[in-house]
Design a protein around this ligand. Sequence first.
Ligand SMILES: Cc1cc2nc3c(=O)[nH]c(=O)nc-3n(C[C@H](O)[C@H](O)[C@H](O)COP(=O)(O)OP(=O)(O)OC[C@H]3O[C@@H](n4cnc5c(N)ncnc54)[C@H](O)[C@@H]3O)c2cc1C
Length: 461
Amino acid sequence: MPEITVIGAGLAGSEAALSAAAQGVRVRLYEMRPRKMTPAHRTGDFAELVCSTSLGGEGEMQSKGMLQAELRSVGGTIVGTADRSRVPAGNALAVDRDAFSASVTEQVRRHPLITVVEEELERVPEGICVIASGPLTSDALAEDLARLTGSERLSFYDAAAPVLDASSIDMNVAWRAGRYDQSADYINCPFTKEEYLRFIGALETARTHTPHDWEKLEFFEGCMPIEEIARRGPDTPRFGPMSPKGLDDPRTGRWPYAVAQLRQEDAEGRMWSLVGFQTGLKWGDQKELVALIPGLEQAEIVRYGVMHRNTYLNAPEVLRETLQLKADPQKFVAGVLAGTEGYLESAATGWLAGLNAARLAQGLEPSAPPQSSMLGGLVHYLASANPKGFQPMNVNWALVPDPELPAGKRKWGKREKRPLMFRAGLQAFSTWAEAQGLVVTLPATAQPAAAQEKPAAIAHS
Ligand SMILES: Cc1cc2nc3c(=O)[nH]c(=O)nc-3n(C[C@H](O)[C@H](O)[C@H](O)COP(=O)(O)OP(=O)(O)OC[C@H]3O[C@@H](n4cnc5c(N)ncnc54)[C@H](O)[C@@H]3O)c2cc1C
């Protein structure tokens, strides 16, 4: 019987081990806890939730809800266990932390095809392997990963700026241009003096997230948080990332007082990030600040800025959509290490990596779900995002293409389009999953969608 190795029994690794074993493949699962703890984990349990106990909002209006539905349809262990250990939390899927982890641990340990090895793995082993050692990967393994992928492609902290949904940017105010007309690669939001001073005032009083001691970072000049830059003087951002130089506002024909620039994040241009706005501010304060930027008053943030310790790979440079390393297709990466953010996203990529590792071990082609599904949209993003300054991503609606507009309609409202995207995506995901030989169970409420997407075959070497 073919065998694979999984490193890490966190959210991604536990799901990967069970997903591979469900395909009839033997799994050796290495977990270093409780012998060697990370700075964030408190127990030796598998799939420990290190902070909140929520796996995200539920239902057709929530991107996490869509991912939950896809994972439920193929019997995903993390989401199934969360359903059974849920606690009341409004429209969110929240769990009893201890009951949840204890149940995942038991399901992994009692599986006849999974052997748990309670050891730190210091090197990526030979053969087919899922690397799911998480944001706090042990130093020795991180060093070996850097050898495998190139050290410049492994990051040890996240200095991320907010990312926005392009369709929520007011292009009557913002405009596309590069400095001195070099290109039209950026979206520019122009400030008057009054608007700029109001923005800087709000930035000065905004509250920052308090990091744990082990999370504290030394800032380098190149990735100084915007609030830190503003602390050096109100004009400092205007002579730094908010410089208006070379940017003629088409409405005035002149350079504005200051500018906030946005750079395209994904290949399709549905997500844009604020250039030089990496920030450790609290999320509520980030939301208020972004709304003070002219043109972004109604902007929807799909990923908030963060400054924290985090080990992750530059996914677009090193990964395929199937979660295989380009440099060695026998190695799969899942969870935060693969450039995702969030418990549910970690479990989802773990599920896919486990499935694909098992397929490879059985001589079958690894494959990725269609882009219209939330998991397909996420892995497509990982493989095709802008590698410059790549930051881990959680699921959001901009990962999935909008449904086609009916004749005569100019724009979708989000309340209209999300249920359509949810149903079409779930349908496309189940068609793909069935083509992989998986048993799919759709909830009674999931209506067949009009549009179906053919799954893309992805080659591997
Ligand atoms: C402090 C902190 C708070 C977070 N809070 C949230 C939150 O509230 N909500 C949310 O959705 N996401 C949160 N995240 C982000 C992310 O969703 C979680 O970190 C999630 O646990 C990641 O899943 P994972 O499987 O990639 O890694 P993990 O769940 O961390 O699993 C990795 C496992 O690998 C093991 N390991 C590491 N190195 C080795 C080795 N060399 N050999 C063997 N085993 C090894 C670790 O012990 C661990 O069990 C947080 C992250 C951090 C760091």
